[in-house]
Design a protein around this ligand. Structure first.
Ligand code: PRP
Length: 209
């Protein structure tokens, strides 16, 4: 039995559809209930719905053999897992955004609001720019509007949130998409099953392209 952690929400439903088409269906999963664990013995899978930012923790610690996590989470938390496949869904980018009239004053540290402190630090280190990180947990776009920060480093998907808050993208930090990840020791014990699943999922990714 393969234990698979799925990110709860829109991305999780898209990704489950890929697993189902790859031969690992579990229709009960899409029932609108508060249940979080679903099993299909025949297909040899057990799915869990977990908070997207927690998937990598379940996989790293072996509570799940396989999971789906955004590249943003993998870059930010650097979990000790195998990254097996780019699912080419959940596509967005990590970007630097600011108010339209933003001008960088290089005589002082740049105030950067973000949920992704490590990604932001790494990015500005590579640019040799001194920064002051303001770690927030959500609604990051408010920070430059209220003067809490000069810029934000955040996920941009459609660009609607930035547009509706009069912010613009200044630079792309890194492209992001959903990745299939696996626990390192599970990959030794359930290697055959995992290899089969990865091969079937790779076919589904190719079909999409
Ligand atoms: C994410 C991200 C942006 C928004 C980008 O927020 O932090 O705010 O989506 O999407 P868009 O470009 O399509 O508008 P999320 O919904 O996860 O909420 P939070 O970060 O405010 O918690």
């Amino acid at each position: 039995m393969l234990n698979i952690a799925l990110p709860k929400g829109r991305l999780g439903e898209k990704v489950y559809d890929m697993f189902a088409r790859a031969g690992y269906p579990c229709p009960a999963l899409l029932e609108n209930s508060r249940k979080l664990i679903f099993e299909n013995e025949e297909a040899g899978v057990r799915y869990f719905w977990v908070k997207p930012s927690d998937v990598a923790i379940y996989v790293e610690r072996g509570a799940a053999d396989i999971g789906v996590a955004g590249k943003d989470i993998l870059l930010e938390y650097r979990p000790d897992v195998y990254e097996l496949l780019d699912l080419k869904t959940g596509i967005c980018r990590m970007a630097v955004a600011a108010k339209k009239d933003f001008r960088d004053d290089t005589t002082r540290a740049l105030r950067v609001a973000t949920k992704f402190s490590n990604i932001a630090e790494h990015y500005y280190l590579s640019k040799g720019r001194d920064i002051d990180i303001i770690h927030l947990n959500g609604s990051i776009e408010i920070a430059p509007i209220l003067g809490l920060s000069d810029v934000i480093v955040d996920i941009v998907e459609t660009g609607t949130t930035l547009k509706e808050n009069d912010l613009i993208v200044y630079d792309t930090v890194v492209p992001i998409s959903a990745r299939l990840i696996a626990n390192k020791s599970g990959s030794r014990f359930k290697g055959g099953e995992i290899d089969r699943l990865v091969a079937e999922m790779a076919k589904i990714v190719e079909e999409k392209e």
